[in-house]
Design a protein around this ligand. Structure first.
Ligand SMILES: Cc1cc2nc3c(=O)[nH]c(=O)nc-3n(C[C@H](O)[C@H](O)[C@H](O)COP(=O)(O)OP(=O)(O)OC[C@H]3O[C@@H](n4cnc5c(N)ncnc54)[C@H](O)[C@@H]3O)c2cc1C
Length: 391
């Protein structure tokens, strides 16, 4: 790799300073630090294309990066040049009538939604990392949020996008589903047209407590029948013990877009969400620092939660769509492996939202592997983009 040629493309928006290389050798996962050779902050598509052409000649790996909030090690470099897209953060076009907005990939979700709120619109897929995560990262992991029951996942809201592929070509993509969730291994998202939803200004909520898993699952199935349901979350009993709550219970939090819930006070609803969302931080502070994200078929959830309970694994998550966040202490690799084996036995997915990255490569489904391989053959035949991730 010729650093001088990279500095020629990016000028002062490139660095090989030791402190930058160190910062960019991690992401939010618990994976070991990698090795960045350089970091670049493009401000134009042309710079990205030039970098890729250079990589094709000199055979170095490029790791596209949004905010680095990913939890699967997908932006950890392995002797790579890290392409940080955070400076490409402009809102390019907004059309209120068609409720669409076109953005650069580095736009932070929270900034976008703040800008849209005065028009009564928002991008409705909101991961808990919304204050930092970027649209490019969300598309590339096909992120989901806690209102997935109503709004689905990120790819449901992308009208079209443009990528720069591993050969340096800029290509418009209409079949967004084919590319979303490819974690930067096939193309770099440089522009996206997003569909928007009307802001919801009125919701109601119910909060339920249970002594056992069966009662919680029965209640969940009834709640799911309500068409106004927009979110259904849970926290398990073990988490309530670890959090040292007065009562140790299984908890369900149901939010509706009409009067179905008994709680309609905005402040109380906010407090309930804050309480539910506090469990990630609480469990981390008690040593449960590893967060997994299996997706389990709804009719197998009971068996899965019993399995977690029998293995003393605390969990919480978006239960209404079968997405569970079991939490582990460091050095739990054997236990995590057993859990993934059980997830596969139940017909579940090993990752419902965080992606595969390097953390879950061992368990990647043949279907996803073949999808990435066939896209790589067309769009990144020399394997220039995020080498060694997913496959
Ligand atoms: C506290 C916390 C809560 C979280 N909650 C959720 C949640 O509720 N739902 C959820 O889905 N996830 C969640 N996550 C995971 C993470 O925030 C999401 O995966 C998010 O979409 C990643 O965005 P990012 O900008 O940080 O991307 P990064 O972590 O920087 O990158 C993620 C992947 O996208 C690729 N990528 C980034 N930008 C581009 C681009 N422009 N073109 C091509 N590839 C690109 C990277 O190569 C990598 O493979 C959470 C993480 C944390 C730390």
């Amino acid at each position: 790799m010729n650093k001088r040629q990279i500095f020629e493309i990016f000028g002062s928006d490139a660095s090989d300073k030791i402190e930058d290389l160190l910062v960019y050798s991690y992401d939010a996962s618990n994976e070991k630090k990698g090795k960045a050779l350089m970091v670049v902050w493009p401000t134009s598509v042309l710079q990205i294309r030039k970098l890729i052409l250079l990589a094709n000649r000199s055979h170095f790996d490029i790791v596209p990066r949004g905010a680095g909030t990913g939890l699967a090690g997908a932006v950890i470099p392995d002797n790579s040049v890290v392409l940080d897209l955070s400076k490409m953060n402009r809102i390019l076009k907004f059309d209120k009538d068609s409720a669409t907005v076109t953005v650069e990939p580095g736009v932070i979700l929270n900034d976008l939604n703040k800008a849209l709120s005065k028009f009564g619109l928002f991008f409705p897929v909101i991961p808990s990392s919304y204050k930092s995560c970027t649209i490019g990262g969300m598309i590339s992991t096909d992120a989901i949020g806690n209102r997935a029951i109503k709004y689905g996942r990120c790819s449901d809201w992308i009208k079209m996008m443009e990528i720069v592929d591993g050969t340096g070509k800029q290509i418009p993509i209409k079949d967004v589903k084919k590319f979303s969730g490819t974690e930067g291994t096939v193309g770099i998202v440089v522009k996206a047209e997003l569909k928007l939803a009307p802001l919801i200004d009125y919701t109601t909520m119910d909060y339920h407590e249970f002594d056992n898993i069966s009662d919680m699952i029965d209640s969940m199935l009834t709640i799911l029948e309500n068409p106004s349901l927009i979110a259904l979350e849970y926290v398990d009993k073990l988490s309530s013990q670890i959090a040292e709550l007065d009562q140790h219970k299984y908890m369900l939090f149901a939010e509706y877009s009409d009067d179905s819930g008994e709680i309609n006070d905005k402040k109380q609803i906010e407090e309930l969400w804050t309480f539910r969302e506090s469990f990630g931080q609480i469990l981390s502070s008690k040593g449960y620092v590893i967060s997994e994200d299996p997706k389990i078929p709804l009719d197998k959830l009971k068996s899965f939660l019993i399995w977690l309970n029998n293995h003393n694994i605390p969990s919480f998550g978006h239960i209404g769509v079968g997405l569970i966040h079991p939490r582990f202490k460091s050095n739990s690799q054997d236990l995590i492996k057993s859990m993934f084996e059980y997830v596969i036995e139940l017909g579940g997915e090993i990752s419902g939202e965080h992606g595969i990255g390097i953390s879950k490569k061992e368990y990647v489904s043949n279907e996803l592997k073949q999808k990435i391989l066939s896209l790589k053959r067309i769009y990144d035949p020399k394997d220039m983009l995020n080498r060694g991730k997913i496959i």
